[in-house]
Design a protein around this ligand. Sequence first.
Ligand code: ADP
Ligand code: ZN
Ligand code: ZN
Length: 761
Amino acid sequence: MYADVIVDISSGQLDKTYQYRIPESLAAAAVVGAPVVMPFGHGKREGYIVGLSEEPKIELERIKPILAIKEGGEVIESQMIALAYFIRENFGATMNDALRTVLPVKQAVRRVEKKTVVLAAGADVAGDALALARRRKHVAKERLLCELMRVRELPWETVTEKLAVSSATVQALAREGIVKVRAQESYRNPLTGMLGFPAGGGESGMEAVHRAAVPAGETGLNEDQRFIHDRISADLAEGRHRTYLIHGVTGSGKTEVYLSVIGDVVRAGRQVIMLIPEIALTYQTLRRFYHRFGERVSVLHSRMSAGERYDQSLRAKRGEIDIMIGPRSALFTPFQKLGLIILDEEHESSYKSEMPPKYHAREVAVERARLSGASVVLGSATPSLESYARALKGEYTMFTLKRRAVPGARMPAVTVVDLREELSAGNRTIFSRVLQEKIKERIACGQQTMLFLNRRGYAGFVSCRACGHVMKCPHCDISMTEHGDGMLVCHYCGERQKKPALCPVCGSRYIAGFGTGTQKIEEGVKKMFPDARVLRMDADTTKKKEDYGEILSAFSCGEADILVGTQMIVKGHDFPKVTLVGILAADLSLNSADYRAAERTFDLLAQAAGRAGRGELSGDVVIQTYQPGHYAVRAAAEGDYEGFFRKEIAFRKALLYPPASHVLAVLVFSAKEERADAAAALLSGAAAHFLSDNAMTTTMVGPAPASLAKANDRYRRMIYLKESDYSSLVALKNFLEGYILYSEQFKNAGVQFDFDPVNGY
Ligand code: ADP
Ligand code: ZN
Ligand code: ZN
């Protein structure tokens, strides 16, 4: 046996592996991830086994033997390498890509001095200044004071960029003694920076840890929450490691349960990884964690530089923090004594990587927990079909929270409106009569409304009404979207073009946009309710990352009556004054071509509905649709998850889709169309051979053009393989990988594997 060994895991040169012979005496201990000592140059070095093989890659006499396998040692690196191997095996990727995913690469962090703006005046003086600014319509001042009264201190960039307050305005407030500008060293903890607290200030880490040490019994969980907490904590105390699924309606207090369990784990001297989809990593959420655990919490997010991320993983490894919050990639935080991994909103499609290795964070979390003797908690108001099916089988332990946690808060009342009837009654607007009535009521009594559309841009696509020609992106096989500035934009590759005045095919003048976008809704709202203050949040108004927080904080400060947006307004935010949620076209997401369309629609509707009436005021939800009878719409309106699950799982069983079966999606792509076709045909032929040689009953569909048949100038072909036994699919994938490696045909074509795809092709 031979071992591939990497010498330095922090250098980024991960593809550089060396082959060594494994002596008989070490054969049993030589597993992927094992730390080894081997001869290197003129001396000895330490490294890790990242692969095993039967065949030597160079002449036998040049291969040296491994000298020893270390015991104990740097346990965490070994675990991460074993995890990379798991990802490589189960999700199809090179070991390199897998290692790069799990190991942080060394990068220096630049330290710079940071300026902050601090509230200097007391609450009453600041309150008077705020009232004055409101009266005089000094909106920038108002924004700044409103924000500072909540958080006391804000980074300078947040003030000038996110809040768009000029430095002159800040200086004016400083002269009046209401604010102060302070300079300090860069934040070691990005969380404190994001929240606007100075490092080590605001509230002291010790205080917060002390508070975390208060027994969970005093944090005020209700009976249902306490039951879950007690069960999980009893398992933890007795060293039983499981995967739990908390199925709790929106606002049922899942986060409060996480916080109390995290407290237990941290008190026991172990660490916690808290995964939250990036879009839900909001100020409000982070602040809750900081208030509970102070400086022992850190965060990873996509805006951080490689250096800042490396810095945080180093802090985790040294034991300077106990809790890491972040999206999918936070899963690889190198905690030495990991005790718990939580996946909030576990149904979110962002938990599946869209880049190779196309791993699913849920499966990798369960494996990481197994390797480090930790537990996993999954939480959602609308669990993925996968998790719910496993919970029903007893593979996961399930808990249910059926009521909202805030005393007196009830689930909203839902009205489903049939848009066909609206049209036949002569209403040609995009707002049904019921919705118009309810919006008026809200404006009259100073409550807020959210209007939700599952689509972005001004209009759907642009086509010629004379010849039917559709304007498509020259690089991707999809229609371009019209924007308000007269431009056509490809939402896949970003291509921008001026909208032509005449049809490029027949020369007709009747070329126009179809469908409805958020921008058009915003215009419609302004026309129908001229007195209402309206904000819009979609991909176009949130180009910079800060825009997102700015719009949300403006809305929660009461600067608007109505917020119009895409699905990004649905996540993670709690607006106590929102008492009406309107879903304008529930069917839009039902008509997409992939097997998860109904599940995605149900999730979106249920989550959007969950935004209404989160505070003490009760809420109303209006769902507008052309398909009021569809089971996803009906179940979401009734808040009937189980009913939806039964219908949907029957469909998946009938058509052999996950979780009833497993699917391996194989994407073949090339810049030349013939090459893509030839490579796909070759691959499906090889797969067919393998299936018959091994008497497998796998169903093969394709090759066929992907629904996005061309993207970024590459032609895309798909092969789908459906099989109930996952390990048989893995064997087939391994065979195809070998086949690709030795076939000339794949020199100019790429292949990507995707197990149980979540994102369409
Ligand atoms: P979820 O994560 O399920 O959406 P949260 O934990 O965010 O729910 O709780 C929703 C709201 O209910 C929050 O405002 C929270 O402060 C409040 N809450 C949670 N648990 C309790 C409780 N036991 N008593 C009173 N309010 C609670
Ligand atoms: Zn035309
Ligand atoms: Zn494009």
